[in-house]
Design a protein around this ligand. Structure first.
Ligand SMILES: Cc1cc2nc3c(=O)[nH]c(=O)nc-3n(C[C@H](O)[C@H](O)[C@H](O)COP(=O)(O)O)c2cc1C
Length: 188
């Protein structure tokens, strides 16, 4: 069994990465082969809206998207994680989502992503109100839904601005590990 985790924060060692690592440790403990894709390290061009993919099912750009999408094709579990930047997913995440247009299920010429995958989403923010994180989850749910990946597990953390904030709330990392176990229960 395989899991791929898409990290939307540009910070490879930030809060979102720390929470994702807690989830991944549980997946790996259960023998699930897991990989984190750091969008901040990936070479991904902006979607230019040329719509060539409507006709061909393929993007005219050849960058890291092919490598990332092959991981998603092969995965049983897809975890998408982003901090809130101005009340939404990060620019890196939005850029990635836009470039998934050739795989969108309203494109008749797409290469369909195999069904039966389990989707999970993680949103983190500095502010206290959960509603903003729910908006991020809705963005991720909309995205995954168009790839025929149902969003089955949702996790948010509020009030985390710095790494020190997270370090001072170990219960949140325990909650993240429990979230990992919840995903495992679903797929095994
Ligand atoms: C450019 C930028 C915009 C942000 N906008 C918001 C925001 O709108 N709401 C919020 O609650 N936190 C906001 N934050 C704070 C981050 O969501 C928070 O610090 C988070 O823990 C960062 O996660 P990371 O370390 O994985 O990048 C913003 C941070 C940055 C750098």
């Amino acid at each position: 069994m395989k899991a791929v985790c898409i990290l939307g924060s540009p910070r490879a060692d930030g809060n979102t990465a720390a929470v994702l690592n807690a989830v991944v440790s549980e997946l790996e403990n259960s023998g699930i082969e897991t990989e984190i894709i750091r969008l901040g390290d990936a070479k991904i061009g902006f979607c230019t809206g040329c719509k060539t993919c409507d006709k061909t099912g393929e993007c005219v750009q050849h960058d890291d998207m092919g490598r990332i999408m092959s991981k998603i094709y092969a995965a049983d579990i897809v975890v998408v994680a982003s901090p809130s930047y101005w009340g939404d997913v990060t620019a890196q995440m939005k850029q990635f989502i836009d470039r998934c247009t050739p795989f969108c299920n309203n494109n008749a010429n797409r290469q369909p992503i195999p069904t039966g995958k389990c989707g999970a989403a993680i949103a983190i923010r500095a502010g206290q109100n959960k509603k903003e994180n729910e908006h991020l989850l809705a963005t991720i749910e909309h995205f995954l839904g168009h790839l025929d990946i149902p969003l089955q597990h949702r996790f948010t953390i509020e009030g985390i601005k710095t790494r020190e904030d997270l370090a001072g709330r170990p219960a949140e990392l325990e909650r993240a590990r429990a979230f990992g176990r919840e995903i495992i229960k679903h797929v095994i």
